[in-house]
Design a protein around this ligand. Structure first.
Ligand SMILES: *Cc1c(COP(=O)(O)O)cnc(C)c1O
Ligand code: SF4
Length: 472
């Protein structure tokens, strides 16, 4: 039995992605002044842009655009670029400059926007040396926290619409090539066989649910093998429930998709949906609620997460409504993140203190069942650091911080303190409190970085380097 999607039409909605070239076909956009549309077109040469018809027709409140939060979530805005960069791009686009010239200007601007925050691409990618091999890196795998391996299938590296704040923007504008992603899961299976400490595999992207079910099955089924019993949880990181709920209802292979979820659950594993919801409106449509119900009916648990973003959801009432609604619909609030230090962060970022106040106000207004959520949390190089609050200890005003996840599990759960700074927006801007030189994990991070350089060197040469010689 398939639940219905559209309230207005009986034919199933067909997925269509609208890009920069299609801006003129987006009817409701014509309400905006020409200059706004030109600005969107300009910025969309630099930052990713793609939106589908469901987001345009059902999620955006056009009477409130451009201030509408879902509009801000999906349509690039003038202020996302530095004024000089915007003027430069604008002039090139206006004057119909040659494509190559536009593209090289866009590249320069992209490269100035910190496309690769520390540690992302290098520190998390395991090598064969780690598995007793030759030191070459393993394609499509990141392993940062002991229990959980991230897997990037190559065909799941786009999305059903792009979020303007996404930290993975460099891959969507072609700044990162796709060679980091895996075309099949054989390498993953081999890695997992050698790593019995891994209990969770997180399939991520982009959005892995852009893949047809048959393809997704080719990646997932091998994980159900008998000798991978230690992989007790399969997670799918997705925004499909928000951006294209039809994926679970009326898409041609929706039923097969749900059958695949049931098969994973029947194998005795936990299937966890890490569902990205930015705003309560994404939960309010009939299709979104029907889709959520169908996914939950397979035995999957839907856990929810999103970053706290200026202009999209920087208001305690929004989070309170979102968490309450999620609990009502059977989902489990999981993480609230801090906007990462990349891309148009200046447009979206919220100071850590304000993020904590918003989080706390929302958190204090919901029932205990919604307080499964943790945040606001920074996914930084050493780990996930939550801001527990602002306090005064002795005579010093401090941030109280704690690792929710860490590169070394012994770092988790120990409170530590940073000097209070009302303007700080990321961990690297914080200084230790009480006159200390460095945070307690600094030494360990140096060791980890040295060890990584040593492993990378194994591949390049056979010189007798040791982690110790590189650390000095
Ligand atoms: C958040 C995250 C995970 C999962 O962490 P949990 O706290 O177990 O949800 C795994 N790997 C990376 C790199 C992450 O950022
Ligand atoms: S759906 Fe996820 S990966 Fe895709 S753009 Fe949004 S945040 Fe980024």
């Amino acid at each position: 039995m398939i639940a219905r999607t559209h309230s207005t039409s009986s034919a199933p909605a067909r997925f269509k992605l609208l890009r920069r070239e299609h801006l003129d076909q987006i009817e409701p956009l014509k309400r905006l002044p020409r200059s706004e549309i030109d600005a969107i077109r300009t910025v969309a040469h630099v930052l990713p842009f793609a939106v589908n018809s469901y987001v345009v027709d059902e999620l955006i409140d056009w009477s409130r655009a451009p201030r509408d939060p879902i509009f801000q979530l999906t349509f690039p805005q003038r202020e996302m670029l530095a004024p000089d960069d915007f003027e430069r791009m604008f002039a090139l686009v206006r004057d119909n400059a040659p494509e190559a010239q536009i593209r090289s200007a866009a590249r320069e601007i992209q490269l100035s926007m910190n496309p690769h925050p520390a540690g992302q691409a290098t520190l998390n990618v395991p090598t064969q040396a780690a598995a007793g091999g030759d030191g070459s890196t393993l394609v499509g795998i990141q392993h940062k926290y002991r229990e959980t391996v991230l897997f990037f299938p190559s065909r799941g590296q786009t999305c059903l619409s792009y979020c303007t704040y996404c930290f993975r923007w460099p891959q969507f504008v072609g700044l990162d090539d796709m060679k980091f992603a895996a075309r099949e899961s054989a390498g993953l299976v081999e890695y997992l066989r050698a790593h019995k400490e891994v209990s969770n595999v997180l399939i991520t992207g982009g959005d892995p649910l852009v893949m047809r079910t048959a393809l997704l099955r080719r990646y997932l089924e091998p994980l159900l093998a008998a000798d991978l019993e230690h992989v007790s949880t399969i997670r799918i990181g997705t925004k499909a429930l928000a951006f294209w709920p039809q994926r679970f209802l009326t898409d041609p292979d929706a039923d097969e998709l749900l059958a695949l979820f049931e098969q994973i659950v029947a194998s005795g594993r936990h299937l966890a949906f890490m569902a990205h919801f930015s705003h309560p409106r994404e939960l309010e449509t009939d299709v979104a609620q029907a889709a959520l119900a169908r996914v939950i009916a397979t035995g999957a648990v839907v856990r929810t997460q999103a970053p706290l973003i200026r202009r999209v959801n920087d208001d305690a009432r929004i989070w309170q409504r979102m968490w309450s609604e999620q609990v009502r619909l059977g989902a489990v609030p999981y993480y609230t993140f801090v906007e990462r230090d990349t891309g148009p962060r200046g447009y979206f970022e919220v100071p850590l203190e304000r993020a904590w106040r918003i989080f706390r106000e929302a958190y204090s207004g919901v029932s205990g069942l919604a307080r499964s959520v943790r945040g606001p949390s920074m996914s930084a190089t050493p780990g996930k650091v939550v801001i527990d609050g602002v306090s005064v200890i002795g005579s010093e005003q401090v941030f109280v911080l704690r690792f929710l996840q860490a590169r070394r599990s012994e770092w988790v759960g120990r409170p530590f303190f940073a000097r209070f700074d009302p303007r700080a927006t990321w961990l690297d801007q914080l200084r230790p409190a009480f006159g200390r030189e460095e945070f307690f994990f600094a030494e360990g991070m140096r060791e980890i970085e040295a060890e990584h350089r040593w492993r990378a060197n194994l591949k390049a040469s056979s010189s007798p380097l040791t982690p110790q010689s590189l650390a000095s």
